[in-house]
Design a protein around this ligand. Structure first.
Ligand code: F3S
Length: 414
């Protein structure tokens, strides 16, 4: 791999021990993917740095980096953690030891220079890469969004490669950083336009299973699609495939027409989607029925607009006494929603607007403390993680309206 002078210096230790190790790892990664060189990046987003995933050895690794003086070289946001920092006392499931471990991870990341945003939607408030900007992000829903909607360039990094990229400000130039790998391979013809946001998640999940690693180009989707629908589409796609990008002509910045994204050649395959495909996919994701224990909305973390809608639907309603309603978001959206009065409406109804975490991150903890629960959600990704994917809980999947109705009633309407 060709290295620029500064990169070679980094590798040889001129920028300290941690940058040298990080560059060594990135060079190995680049060689594995035949990257010709490194590319400078402008930001990173690091996912999966939660205790349930990295364990004690992961904590020791990050603390060691912090003790050795490692520092990020680009703006770095972090994904959800395992605790809601606003409500440590309200979540009795945490326990003191668990809180300490999650806090140690956050402390070490802060010392390294990460902005501990603890959210999977950092583009809603701070980390917003531009068209053609090279970045190194991890988290399966963020990467499709920034590649496909913002037109930035990122591979689907793991937490280690994203962290190493943060410490060097570089990533190997391969995959979605190169235009030829961003071109469409599969044409997806939509026969019936999804009506609600959760249906975009189901569509993404279904297509991900079919295309596996071939970049899809959607035809038949309206250009008036909401940002939240696109977030949901990418999150479904990301959970059932290794794909980090899709195209919607007229929406994806580099995609003027379908033909344009196939380089005027024929797609490798064409898939036609009927309404029944989505219904069937939703049915397969639902493993629960009847009485529900938790309603968890906001996977990926809700935007202010979604919170506004949820609060309108909850106005004057009461959540059933046996149900816990969690609306998951990030701290800045929470603050704005509190000013706008939405948080108050949710609390008055008996629900909780949570920050920093999500039901999927808490899934194993909930299983250990409460056994197998029935959780309703409006996200295909969350349904998959909690239900059929990991088998922690029974799940039900529907629209925001379906979920809030179920929260008030205490059970799911078939
Ligand atoms: Fe975000 Fe958790 Fe869903 S990290 S994308 S809310 S599984």
């Amino acid at each position: 791999m060709r290295l620029a002078k500064a990169e070679r210096g980094m590798l040889e230790g001129e920028y300290g021990e941690c940058a040298a190790k990080a560059m060594e790892i990135l060079v190995k990664l680049g060689e594995a993917y035949n990257a010709a060189r490194m590319v400078k990046i402008s930001s990173t987003h690091i996912a999966d740095l939660v205790y349930e995933t990295i364990g004690d050895s992961g904590i020791a690794f990050i603390e060691d980096l912090a003790n050795k003086g490692a520092k990020v070289r680009v703006f770095t946001t972090t994904n959800v953690t395992g605790i809601d920092r606003r409500r440590l006392k309200e979540f009795e499931i945490y326990g003191a030891d668990y809180i300490t471990k999650e806090s140690r991870i956050l402390q070490a990341l802060k010392r390294i220079g990460c902005a501990n945003t603890c959210s999977c939607t950092p583009y809603y408030f701070s980390n917003l890469p531009r068209f053609n900007e090279h970045v190194a992000w991890s988290e399966s829903s963020t990467v499709p969004f920034i590649n496909s909607v913002l037109g930035a360039r990122s591979n689907r990094e793991g937490c280690l490669s994203a962290l190493m990229a943060a410490l060097t400000g570089r990533t190997p130039l391969y995959g979605y950083h190169l235009r030829e790998n961003r071109l469409g391979k599969t044409l997806v013809k939509i026969r019936k336009h999804p009506k609600a946001t959760h249906e975009y998640g189901i569509l993404g999940y279904y297509i991900g299973q079919m295309v596996v690693d071939k970049v899809p180009v959607f035809s038949g989707l309206s250009r008036k699609i909401y940002t939240e629908d696109l977030v949901e589409l990418g999150s479904g796609l990301g959970v059932s495939s290794v794909i980090g990008m899709y195209h919607i002509p007229g929406v994806t910045p580099e995609t003027k027409t379908e033909q344009h994204m196939f380089r005027n050649e024929k797609p490798e395959e064409t898939i036609e989607i009927e309404e029944r495909d989505l219904r069937e996919t939703c049915r397969k994701l639902c493993t629960g029925s009847g009485k529900i224990d938790i309603v968890a909305l906001g996977c990926p973390h809700y935007s202010l607009q979604q919170l506004e809608r949820a609060s309108r639907l909850l106005e004057g309603k009461k959540v059933h006494e046996d149900v816990r309603l969690w609306i998951q978001t990030c701290e800045p959206v929470y603050a704005a929603a509190a000013h706008a009065g939405y948080v108050n409406v949710v609390s008055k109804a008996g629900g909780l607007v949570t920050v920093d975490t999500c039901a999927s991150a808490l899934g194993p903890l909930l299983r250990r403390s409460h056994g197998k629960l029935t959780i309703a959600t409006d996200s295909a990704k969350q349904a998959f993680y909690l239900g059929p994917g990991r088998g922690w809980h029974n799940v039900l999947l529907g629209s925001m309206e379906d979920c809030l109705k179920a929260a008030a009633k205490g059970s799911w309407e078939e």
